[in-house]
Design a protein around this ligand. Structure first.
Ligand SMILES: [Zn+2]
Ligand SMILES: [Zn+2]
Length: 308
């Protein structure tokens, strides 16, 4: 969408303009703005940034789909093994944690690689590079934060064992699920899919840490939050779309922290972050808790010193 010929010009009607590269939702947004009498230049700038956000989102989806799939199916397979007694509960916890750690590590590396590619700097993410080690440590910390939920999964598997359906087990404790109509199997699958979506926060963490580390300390860097309009964003994400933050004020990383933390959709957040030196016309967003990546810049710089 870089060629000016693709934008409507003054005095030409919209119909003359073919929206070749526009996602339908972006096209709807643009025509709605123009119909409502918005300044065409502003409306096009807005549409252009919406296209960029959508493309970035699709790129992330493509990279994360196989990773999410491995987490989801990996945990599902382990749940089956618990059900038929092939593995014990502690083994489920250990192996489930390994599945998660691997997926989160892969997601984080994918984000780091994309940032390095955009910043046009080399990045060494192998286990014996300083930065590869730093990324692994971060992935491990994120995994540990999730591990306790695997205990909850085990409890649910144990609860479903009598196979009596919802009516059968009137033993008092079973009421917690708020009368969910879906079977335990369905709700477990949904939970495994949410574990798969942990790769999103991992990706954005790797992306942000690497973008900042690659930018060096020479200038103040800002982080602009973007949402993908085609993803039906929640009010939190919509409100923060296009707003600028510093690392000290950024209200969390997309997908991280659970439901309602940075997004009502929790790990399914379809927002991403952009690191810039200059915020242009962007407004500063309402400050949040900020993010911190201790040791990332040093590890990144050290991993660039090849041949030492
Ligand atoms: Zn959201
Ligand atoms: Zn979001």
């Amino acid at each position: 969408m870089d060629s000016p010929r693709r934008y409507p010009r003054k005095g030409r009607s919209l119909e003359d303009w073919t929206p070749r590269d526009l996602a339908p939702s972006v096209w709807t947004l643009l025509t709605a703005d123009l119909t409502a009498g918005a300044d065409p230049e502003g409306a096009v700038t807005k549409a252009r940034s919406a296209v960029a956000a959508h493309e970035r989102q699709e790129k992330r989806d493509t990279k994360l789909a196989p990773i999410e799939h491995r987490i989801t199916t990996g945990l599902g397979a382990l749940a089956n093994k618990v059900r038929n007694g092939a593995i014990t509960h502690p083994e489920f916890k250990d192996r489930g944690t390994d599945v998660l750690r691997t997926g989160i590590h892969e997601g984080m590396k994918a984000g780091a690689e994309q940032a390095a590619e955009e910043e046009d700097v080399p990045v060494d993410l192998t286990a014996d590079s300083r930065y590869g080690e730093w990324i692994f440590g971060e992935a491990d910390a994120l995994t540990n934060g999730q591990q306790r939920y695997l205990v909850g999964v085990l409890e649910d598997i144990t609860a479903e064992e009598p196979e009596m359906g919802d009516e059968g087990g009137d033993e008092g404790d079973e009421e917690e699920g708020d009368d969910e109509e879906e079977s335990e199997g369905d709700s477990l699958d949904a939970r495994f899919a949410l574990y798969g979506a942990q790769a999103v926060a991992a990706f954005e963490t790797g992306y942000l840490a690497t973008s900042i580390a690659a930018g060096g300390d020479d200038s103040q860097q800002y982080v602009i939050r973007h949402t993908d309009m085609s993803g039906d964003p929640c009010s939190l994400c919509l409100d923060r779309d296009g707003k600028a933050y510093t690392t000290d004020t950024l209200p969390g990383i997309p997908g991280a922290g659970g439901f309602g933390a940075t997004c009502m959709g929790g790990p399914r957040c379809r927002c991403h972050l952009e690191v810039v030196d200059d915020i242009g016309d962007a407004e500063m967003g309402v400050p949040g808790d900020g993010v911190d990546f201790p040791g990332a810049a040093e590890a990144f710089a050290a991993s660039l010193d090849f041949g030492e």
